[in-house]
Design a protein around this ligand. Structure first.
Ligand code: MN
Ligand code: MN
Length: 322
């Protein structure tokens, strides 16, 4: 790691890392580690394929929803619930290659009711609001933690309204910001430890997790094990995608944190070359615009629209949900 990197370079590393992790992991999504070994040996090249039959260098909903969210934030100069829901709805209309069940349900609900927050559900602890949240970290990288968390909840609750999804995502966003600021790995470890202290279900030190589902808890257990167990951007990503399961999403989330931590120069050249250059260029211009917004002064998030929505702007007391 090179501590002289600027936060702008590290932010670009985060966005490239997200897209590359998504593209790399799409090949092994929903395979078991044993199936991966049989078909690919150690999977470490961006070759496309997988259950989506992707072209090499293409990305899935993780990166696409991030770009949709980022555009909405730039246009509105902050996270505005209506603009975010509308951007997600437009994205769904574009017939994306994949879309999660909870995401689809939230967007359908917005279309039929106009509400921009789904009701609280203990079952909505999927990773779908975390995988797309990077633009919030960039736009609110100079804002208070409270404003960062409020902005995240506004975008998250369009489809996912669950304290584990909120807390896990906010930990990831704070890790990205810490890494952008050049913090050491111990600082990121403390953030993960705080999440576990608040919500013990996230405990990740005991057992190696393989074949993670779309549950935010298993997703982050895999991400944290790789991030704190490996010592390069490449090793972190190769670790998570070879565990199979929701591999494009563990790849995307590990990629954003490791990309900020190790910086863009740590990304293997062969992975950058394999990517669709249009996607990388969108990631780059959006990174610039989101950081410009952060510097100019991002606006606070808007409340959710609708009768039974109501974004929870209070930090939820963790002990209520133990
Ligand atoms: Mn995906
Ligand atoms: Mn996925």
């Amino acid at each position: 790691m090179v501590s002289s990197l600027s936060s702008r370079e590290r932010a670009l590393g985060a966005y490239f890392g997200l897209a590359i992790g998504d593209a790399l992991g799409a090949t092994t999504e929903f395979l078991t580690p044993r199936e991966i070994v049989q078909q690919y040996g150690r999977h470490q090249s961006i070759i496309g394929g997988g259950w989506l039959r992707l072209k090499a260098g293409e990305v899935t909903d993780d990166t696409q929803m991030s770009l949709a969210l980022g555009d909405a934030i730039i246009q509105e100069r902050g996270v505005k619930a209506g603009a975010v829901a509308s951007a997600f709805s437009d994205w769904m209309r574009s017939k994306p290659v994949d879309i999660g069940h909870t995401v689809r349900r939230g967007i359908v609900r917005y279309r039929s009711s106009g509400t921009t927050a789904v009701p609280f559900s203990e079952h909505d602890a999927g990773n779908g609001s975390c995988m797309r949240a990077l633009p919030v970290a960039l736009a609110y990288s100079r804002a208070s933690t409270q404003q960062l968390c409020d902005a995240n909840r506004t975008q998250s609750h369009v489809t996912h309204h669950n304290p584990h999804a909120d807390a896990g995502t906010e930990t990831v966003l704070q890790m990205v910001i810490a890494a952008m600021n050049g913090d050491k790995i111990e600082a990121l470890q403390r953030q993960a430890a705080q999440l576990v202290a608040d919500y013990p279900v996230f405990e990740f030190g005991r057992k190696r997790v393989e074949n993670p589902s779309g549950w935010i808890v298993q997703t982050l257990q895999v991400v944290f094990q790789a991030l704190f167990g490996e010592e390069s951007f490449e090793a972190v990503l190769v670790d998570v995608v070879n565990r199979g399961g929701d591999a494009d999403t563990t790849g995307a989330i590990a990629g954003m944190v490791a990309g900020a931590f190790y910086g863009p120069q740590a990304i293997p050249e062969r992975w950058l070359e394999a990517m669709n250059p249009k996607i990388l260029s969108r990631c780059q211009s959006q990174t610039e615009a989101l950081l410009d917004l952060a510097e100019a002064g991002v606006e606070g998030p808007s409340p959710a629209l609708g009768l039974d929505g109501g974004t929870d702007h209070q930090l939820i007391r963790p002990d209520r949900y133990r």
